[in-house]
Design a protein around this ligand. Structure first.
Ligand code: NAD
Length: 537
């Protein structure tokens, strides 16, 4: 079925109350052609991450939300509405479980067999939980990583540093803008000229260099943030820059190394055919140069694309000498309950997001990288679908933002309610041993009780809809994760719910990391009153 979906705007309700209306609008917003990759197939992002199982399910969810009462709860099983139960006004209006399979059956083959029978769907993280906001999330996550690199090594700013990276694709294309936003200079090596062109056109990349010399000259003479695209193969360019002793401070990579048939080996062009062995051999040279930069004193990290594992298979033994980005930079943030807090304006008015941006800036005057991000985001980010914003906030901060937004709705400073949610990639909501929970201090990488507890906590705290998924980010069999979305509709009841949800949800991150033995999480728990019965302190 072909149809164009777009969320309603303004203050007229087609449901009984705002929480139901918000769920309906956010389901529709996920499938807005500005937001979704393949809306005609209900696919929002991330391969085949879907918002509803099929068109009949999509329409049935909409019809049900439009009649759902304030003391009822809709159940969604892998994108299909399967029941409505009487609950109470503090209960979520929607409960969602997507893509879950019993352990021994949790393989892509079995999932695809069941999907072909029409029994399940792949929900990714925010596709099947109706809180995807387009590429702003990728840009912000990448910015947050580079800001954390700056905090760790360069006194809070990448000013005066040069970052070398590879890949300007769907995700990797956010790197040049993110590095520039963090104050630095980026050299981005990309083997496909059309990708460089695309990033120049969308303002994510500043200039293209026509040779290695030119790139180095531009980088070393830059007097402020600058991003430079360089056509070439990382397996050739990285070793050459190392050989020349180029003054590189940070090295990472986002080529498509997760799939050896997508990573272009040295001597090949995109679209050619090559073998897995040829790709791995090039990846080994690529990673050898990265380790060389680390030996020379640069900050080097893996950006979640399996490059290290493939290089090791290609025969390079020191591939795992540098860390993954979560243990290196993101985990300390997770210990503080920090994570991807996001919100959308149901009015459809960009001015409402401007008002919320201003409110967040005023609430956290001392938070430098947050200020830098919000100011640049207001300038550079084009909204996709409903106007939305994302920024990372932690324990003790998120509920203040939520309560402030609720006040803005109540006073009429914004024109309609604000929906507040987050990615499932958050501090206490995911078990994913190849990414978010890689190398936990106590070895608890694969313990999946935490996302289950997180979902239950959000149900118990009054979220508007709660979801529990399997397989997002890294695929079936490899992760379990939970999400929550809450609606600030300006009522006293919403204020009470927001205070609990936005305190307890990030508290799960603090608790999870206290339990794993992280000192920073213990400090935060003590400082911000998170009670942990068996904490060491
Ligand atoms: P993509 O396929 O859209 O882009 C990859 C780019 O790399 C392409 O433009 C390709 O031309 C280029 N490339 C391939 N081989 C190259 C080589 N040898 N030298 C230079 N350029 C080369 O992929 P994407 O969506 O941008 O994702 C990039 C990688 O990041 C993937 O492996 C993905 O799994 C991973 N990823 C990481 C995270 C994270 O948490 N950090 C999240 C999602 C994806």
């Amino acid at each position: 079925m072909k149809t164009t979906i777009r969320a309603a705007r303004g203050t007229e309700l087609s449901c009984r109350s705002w929480p139901q209306e918000a769920a309906l609008r956010m389901l529709h917003n996920n499938l807005d052609p500005e937001v979704a990759e393949h809306p005609e197939e209900l696919v929002v992002y991330g391969g085949t991450g879907k918002a509803a199982r099929d068109w009949n399910s999509f329409h049935a969810i909409g019809r049900t939300l439009q009649t759902l009462k304030d003391d009822e709860t809709l159940l969604v099983q892998s994108g299909k509405p399967v029941g409505v139960l009487q609950t109470h006004e503090w209960a979520p209006r929607v409960l969602i479980a997507n893509s879950n399979l019993v352990g021994d059956w949790a393989t892509w083959d079995e999932f695809r067999r069941l999907e072909a029978l029409g029994l399940t769907m792949y929900g990714q993280m925010t596709a099947g939980s109706w809180i995807y906001i387009g590429t702003q999330g990728i840009l912000q996550g990448t910015y947050e990583t580079f800001a954390a690199v700056a905090d760790k090594r360069f006194d809070g700013s990448l000013a005066g540093t040069i970052t070398l990276t590879g890949g300007l694709g769907g995700m990797g294309g956010a790197q040049p803008l993110a590095v520039a936003m963090a104050g630095g200079v980026a050299i981005c090596v990309e083997v496909d000229r059309t990708r460089i062109q695309r990033r120049l056109e969308t303002g994510y990349l500043d200039v293209e260099a026509d040779s290695i010399d030119h790139a180095l000259q531009l980088a070393t003479s830059a007097t402020g943030p600058l991003s430079i695209g360089l056509l070439g193969n990382c397996a050739d360019v990285f070793p050459e820059l190392l050989r020349r002793g180029a003054p590189i401070d940070v090295v990472t990579d986002q080529t498509s190394a997760h799939d050896p048939l997508a990573y272009v080996p040295s001597g090949f062009a995109p679209g050619d055919e090559w073998s897995v062995e040829q790709a791995r051999e090039s990846m080994a040279r690529h990673v050898e140069a990265m380790v060389g930069f680390q030996d020379a004193g640069a900050e080097v990290f893996d950006y979640g694309n399996s490059l290290r594992a493939e290089a090791q298979l290609g025969g390079y033994e020191r591939a795992f000498d540098y860390p993954g980005f979560v243990p290196a930079y993101i985990r300390p943030l997770f210990c503080e309950g920090r994570g991807p807090f996001r919100w959308a304006a149901l009015s459809g008015e960009p001015a409402d997001i401007a008002a919320t941006d201003k409110a967040v800036l005023e609430l956290f005057p001392e938070h430098e990288s947050l200020h830098r991000w919000l100011k640049l985001a207001a300038e550079k980010v084009q909204f996709q679908g409903l106007p939305a914003r994302i920024c990372w906030l932690g324990q003790g901060e998120r509920h203040l933002a939520g309560l402030k937004f609720n006040e803005l709705v109540e006073s009429g400073a914004v024109q309609a309610p604000i929906v507040i949610g987050r990615d499932h990639l958050d501090c206490g909501s995911v078990a994913s041993p190849y990414r978010e929970t890689e190398a936990m201090l106590d070895g608890s990488d694969a313990i999946a009780d935490w996302p289950l507890l997180n979902a239950m906590v959000n149900v118990a705290s009054g979220a508007s809809w709660v979801s529990l998924h399997h397989g997002g980010g890294v695929g079936i069999g490899r992760s379990l994760h939970a999400g929550q979305v809450s609606v600030a509709d300006g009522t006293e009841l919403a204020a009470q719910k927001l205070e609990r949800v936005l305190t307890n949800d990030p508290a799960m991150g603090v608790i999870r990391h206290v339990d794993a033995g992280y000192e920073r999480a213990e400090e935060i728990a003590a400082e911000r009153d998170v009670r942990v019965p068996m904490a060491a302190a």
